[in-house]
Design a binder for this molecule. Structure first.
Ligand code: DGL
Length: 275
């Protein structure tokens, strides 16, 4: 048995393309539809209720695209909305926090795991709690790195401002027992080089890798893998499509079948409500 419907991936912005890249790598025959809510990002500074409401609209949008599974690329959406929305929809949904935490607990040799993520994800303590549940002896420390999101979105990763901010933010993980760092935001794998330059000894965990492994296992166990070969890739964003398109092509380095500006119901709140 098989299921040839696409896999849906959601994120607040173009960071979710790090997850899309991993889906293409591990599941090259699956069609993918991505939605990035550029119009209302960053999610990391929004309230719990706002994040649930925006994520609900992305889920509804992906359901309309006839997806068989939704991967929450977005850590902030996973932390705030996954549990609630799993009760509202029957489509299977997989988030990044549990697989990312599991991977990090396997990687650490010193039982000290650092987490960098958006303000909202750090405040939710979702990673800390999940790591604690997996292995209570592991110490975890979360640090908010909200500015990293704008460095990626504005293509400023190689500026002096970004370098200074990255070094200042990552100082708590420098030269101490924290040997593993979870990149707890989809945008951060795009800063891997810059993070590595400052923390060359630290093992960086990108939750997308283990999340897509979980998704693949789920599809296989439920006879939901496709039986076609090759894939189509559709990228949809709610705003800033020109810049999104430019960065998507550069990051993915693969054929993209469609890049579209779409409306998922919300108005552009970025400028009035991003505090
Ligand atoms: N991409 C989101 C995440 O993984 C965060 C970026 C934002 O603040 O919107 O958490």
């Amino acid at each position: 048995m098989s299921d040839n419907r696409p896999i849906g991936v959601l994120d607040s912005g173009l960071g979710g393309l790090t997850v899309v890249k991993e889906v293409i790598h591990q599941l090259p025959n699956e069609d993918v539809v991505f939605i990035g809510d550029e119009a209302r990002m960053p999610y990391g500074t929004k309230t719990h209720e706002q994040i649930i409401s925006y994520t609900r609209e992305m889920v509804q949008y992906l359901i309309k695209q006839n997806v068989k599974l939704i991967i929450y690329g977005c850590n902030t959406a996973t932390a705030n909305a996954l549990q609630t929305l799993r009760q509202e929809f029957t489509v299977p949904m997989i988030g990044v926090i549990k697989p990312g935490s599991q991977e990090a607990t396997k990687v650490t040799k010193t039982d000290h795991i650092g987490i960098i993520a958006t303000e909202s994800t750090i405040n939710s303590k979702s990673y800390n709690k999940t790591i604690q549940e997996i292995d209570p002896k592991i110490k975890s420390l979360g640090v908010a790195a909200q500015k990293f999101v704008s460095f990626v979105e504005n293509d400023q990763a190689d500026t002096k401002e970004a370098k200074d901010n990255i070094e200042k933010t990552l100082e708590p993980f420098k030269d101490n027992e924290f040997d593993t760092l979870i990149l707890g935001c989809t945008h951060f794998p795009m800063l891997k080089k810059q993070i590595n330059d400052f923390l060359p000894e630290t093992k960086l965990v990108d939750p997308a890798v283990s999340t897509v492994k979980v998704a693949k296992k789920y599809l296989a166990e439920n006879n939901l893998l496709t039986n076609t070969s090759g894939h189509t890739l559709k990228l949809h964003a709610t705003s800033d499509i020109v810049e999104f398109s430019r960065l998507a092509k550069r990051w993915l380095q693969t054929e993209i079948d469609e890049i579209d500006l779409v409306d998922i119901g919300g108005k552009d709140e970025r400028n009035n409500n991003s505090n």
